[in-house]
Design a protein around this ligand. Structure first.
Ligand code: MLT
Length: 409
């Protein structure tokens, strides 16, 4: 028989969100009338908006005609969409041929891990979106695990805590490593300032490291002084790749559409441009994003689409405000609870001093019938925290806020 890929046995547990779902389903089956509200996984809930729906429908109709039908397209995406991403989202700081349209940020992160292979060392913010660590472990980039901990020897965890305002000590970045950095951050909701990203870029360049900048939540930034892209920072073109997504701003979590920017200046140690290998990889194991999804993505970047998208994001940000307010009542003050994020990000990050994340998760599930995400699931520094997602219907958010405001632990 074929032996199991040993890297998979290095994974410490199942993927976080299915584990949460399992507990949610178990609770729901024992308590069918509980009226469970999920503020766990960041899954969009609001309908697609009219301008985008029209574009999707028109593309479907075109595919049903002799002249409008198209099969495989350019693996890197429609040139009109690549142009639009460069112009609207990056103010032409990057060029359209550096844009690779894909089926989503998560899939691109997996492909990036394949690009760099198993010998690269990896640094992550701690806590972090689990795909950075789990994907690195699967590819073998973190093959040795420090016994008795959740840490892997090949992965450097850079704590992001309230003490450092959720920005890591960049001195921890190893030489020649891949550095995953997410801003607005999932899960902490913190957004790195221009000064902080300048330090990050400077350190990465000094250390010969490459930043994988996850900007999946950039559209949630409302403060104009905060950078939405690593490419707003001088020097980033020589040391960064950026991954973006239509999922959360446009509601394409199910439709699937994202992109990756690989600047032409970015090179491997032997001088090979990274874009050359990325192009090779992309065209070999990916056949391009759905042409229907791309039509929707294009529409979302047109003036009418931008207005609609902003309204959708405003809706989720208002949800985040409602959740934050609910967590600031006197009972939370007595428990010493601290609330972070949720202003330029869809996630609210909450610290319960002295408590374990999974215990808080269980207590909120049992007492409030609300599902959240335990911070420890995002890394060791997430212990004592939980994350609330603001993706939900307003009625559910208001109801959850009511229930949470009465919580005593
Ligand atoms: C999350 O809840 O962290 C994300 O929505 C999951 C994802 O985007 O894959």
């Amino acid at each position: 028989m074929i032996e199991r890929n040993s890297f998979f046995s290095n994974l410490t547990s199942g993927y976080l969100f299915p584990e949460i779902n399992k507990r949610r389903r178990a609770f729901a089956s024992e308590n069918p009338d509980a009226g469970l509200i999920s503020l766990g996984i960041g899954n969009t809930t609001e309908p697609l908006t009219p301008h985008i729906v029209d574009a999707l429908a028109a593309q479907v109709a075109r595919l049903g005609t002799k002249d409008g039908y198209s099969g495989y397209g350019d693996e890197a995406g429609l040139s009109t969409l690549r142009d639009k991403i460069a112009e609207v989202l990056y103010e032409n700081r990057i060029s359209p041929d550096e844009v690779f349209v894909s089926d989503g940020a998560k899939c691109d992160i997996g492909r990036i891990q394949y690009l760099f292979g198993s010998r690269v060392s990896v640094a992550v913010q701690d806590p972090a979106y689990p795909v950075y660590v789990d994907g690195s472990v699967m590819i073998g980039a973190a093959s040795a695990m420090i016994s008795g901990t959740t840490n892997y020897a090949g992965i450097t965890y850079m704590p992001c805590t309230r003490e450092n305002s959720f920005f890591p000590d960049t001195a921890l970045i190893p030489e020649n490593s891949l550095v995953y950095f997410c801003s607005p951050n999932n899960p902490t909701g913190a957004v790195a300032t221009r000064e902080q990203l300048t330090v990050l870029v400077k350190t990465a360049r000094e250390k010969g490291s490459i930043i994988i900048f996850d900007s999946a939540y950039a559209a949630f930034i409302r403060d104009p002084s905060l950078p939405r892209s690593i490419f707003e920072i001088d020097g980033a073109r020589e040391c960064a790749i950026e991954v973006g997504s239509f999922s959360k701003p446009v509601g394409f979590t199910g439709v699937r559409l994202g992109w990756t920017i690989v600047p032409k200046e970015l090179a491997f140690a032997d001088g090979t441009p990274v874009i050359q290998d990325w192009n090779r990889l992309f065209s070999t194991i990916f056949n391009g994003a759905s042409n229907i999804a791309q039509a929707g993505g294009l529409a979302s970047l047109e003036p009418a689409g931008l207005v609609e998208t902003r309204e959708t994001i405003d809706y989720y940000l208002e949800n985040a405000r409602i959740i934050r307010d609910a967590l600031q009542g006197p009972n939370f003050g007595r428990m010493g609870v601290e609330v972070y994020g949720g202003d330029n990000a869809p996630y609210v990050w909450v610290r319960f001093p002295g408590k374990k994340s999974w215990d808080i998760f269980d207590a909120i599930l049992e007492k409030c019938h609300v599902v959240c995400t335990p911070g420890a699931g995002f890394g060791p520094a997430g212990e004592s925290y939980i994350r609330f997602s603001s993706f939900g219907h307003r009625d559910d958010i208001l109801e959850a806020a009511q229930r949470l405001s009465r919580l005593e632990l």
